[in-house]
Design a protein around this ligand. Sequence first.
Ligand SMILES: [Mg+2]
Ligand SMILES: [Zn+2]
Length: 167
Amino acid sequence: MTVKPPRTAVLLDRDGVVNRERGEHTWRVEDFELLPDVAQALKELDTSGTPVAIITNQSGIGLGLHRAAELEEVHRYLHDRLADSGASMPLTLHCPHHPTNGKCLCRKPGHLLVERALALLQAVAAGSVFIGDRQRDVDAATAAGVQGVLVVSNEPLIPVLQRLKRI
Ligand SMILES: [Mg+2]
Ligand SMILES: [Zn+2]
């Protein structure tokens, strides 16, 4: 009997990794700028059969800046832009809470969404990576047993994935 090796995942923060970090909440389609090499990076991950998820803090919902429906619209827009390039939309999980409304378990550096993504992708923590532009992304990864990779905001993704030997 052959035992298949466990699946490992590539997890991505959203703002500053997938779309341009603007230094403020991004919940309008017109403010959502897909970074230039992300569609190509996701296509290559698709080709290698790597499961991918986006894990993002979106406290603008908890702050009352915008509604969940607007976030969904932005993510539909992302889906469509990726589809234009032949890439599939990653599983996308968000924390809608803001710390002023009380502590939740899902806001990074909390690791609940990292665990949930791994479970939904049927991937194991060991060997998976989480690429983010904030220390809280790395901390969420570490707490879940995933390798956290800190990048500079809006840095090209393909070279990072190549360094990690994921593409
Ligand atoms: Mg970020
Ligand atoms: Zn939360």
